[in-house]
Write a protein of this length. Structure first.
Length: 337
């Protein structure tokens, strides 16, 4: 119990209380090593024994363990771990051969001549998207808390002031599908398609074609939720390209979506519900089939089907992001040595 283990002047000092044949006693000893050792031993205590690991300062062969020629009576070799000089040389040779074989295998793997070009493209893409969505977020925040103070004008004028930048960012986001298709990034294809095409459907088909929808307050919430999520996602990927991980940003990247993603999906659903009467009244995008079928495919009916698909898409992406969060923020599994 309470072992006191130190190494000073190349001498291991041990003192501990233990229970032996004569009851509780203080056990202590000293070992002066033959060659210099590291002054910090590693100790691991179990119910049966105490293991003390002492590291040599130089990795060479010792004739014996202690400086004194005669081995102390209390010392006994552990033949399960014993290595003579020939065994040590063989072990060192095997490690060197393993290292050489590993280098040969790595040399056979063809090096990508466009590696730096791809990395530069991904850094620039994520940087441009981050700057774009930052502009949207800052612009909307300023309009809400400064220009829109005391009135709701900032809610109704969101589309006319923000739409050009949102068009640019969401059109550029189509590159994420291409990046996944050609294997430039490891992101799975389906979640990217669900999110990007879902957003672009809201932006281009519903808001872009219906002037009546462009002045509704729901536009503000859609754009605001979209931009906040991307403020953490794009800088995270940009830093990952250069091998940098900032833990607060990683936590935000895999946590902020928990409230924001369902809220964004709810805002999109409200937008669709509000647009259905307008599409019914105008007949826009409704398709009439020629005789003898004489059937008209009503676009409002398509939107009702899309509402179901929207919530299924939210579920798919929510499940994917939850797995990602467990992978990056969950407890790390210990590697077996």
């Amino acid at each position: 119990q309470n072992p006191d283990i130190t190494i000073t002047d190349n001498v291991l000092h041990f003192r501990a209380q233990g229970h032996g044949a004569k009851g509780d006693n203080i056990y202590e000893f000293e070992i002066e090593f033959l060659e210099p050792v590291e002054p910090k031993p590693v100790c691991r205590m179990t119910q049966r024994q105490l293991n003390i690991t002492v590291q040599k300062k130089e990795s060479n062969w010792w004739e014996r363990l202690t400086k004194q020629e005669k081995r102390p009576l209390f010392l006994a070799p552990d033949f399960d771990r014993w290595l003579d000089e020939s065994d040590a040389e063989m072990e060192l040779k095997e490690k060197e051969e393993e290292k050489i074989n590993k280098m040969k295998i790595e040399s056979r793997v063809p090096k990508d001549p466009f590696k730096h070009l791809k990395k530069g493209y991904l850094i620039m893409y994520n940087l441009v998207q981050f700057l774009g969505f930052s502009w949207i977020f800052v612009n909307m925040t300023v309009r809400l808390f400064i220009l829109g103070k005391g009135n709701c004008y900032s809610f109704y004028d969101t589309f006319h002031t923000i739409s050009d930048m949102m068009y640019f960012c969401q059109t550029l986001a189509l590159m994420e599908i291409m990046n996944s298709l050609i294997g430039l990034v490891k992101s799975p294809l389906i979640p990217s398609i669900v999110q990007i095409f879902g957003r672009n459907f809201i932006l281009f088909v519903i808001l872009g074609t219906l002037e009546e929808m462009q002045s509704k307050p729901v536009v503000f919430f859609i754009f605001y939720f979209w931009s906040i999520i991307e403020l953490f996602r794009y800088p995270y990927y940009m830093l990952s390209c250069i091998g940098i991980e900032w833990k607060p940003l990683t936590w935000l990247r895999y946590t902020a979506w928990i409230p924001l993603y369902p809220l964004g999906g709810l805002a999109e659903a409200v937008c669709i519900v509000q647009s259905i009467p307008i599409f019914s009244e105008t007949g826009k995008f409704s398709l009439g089939l020629p005789n003898p079928l004489n059937v008209t495919i009503q676009f409002p009916f398509v939107l009702q089907i899309y509402l179901i698909a929207l919530f299924l898409g939210v579920f798919v992406n929510f499940r994917y992001l939850y797995k990602q969060r467990k992978q990056h923020l969950g407890p790390k599994k210990r590697k077996m040595k």
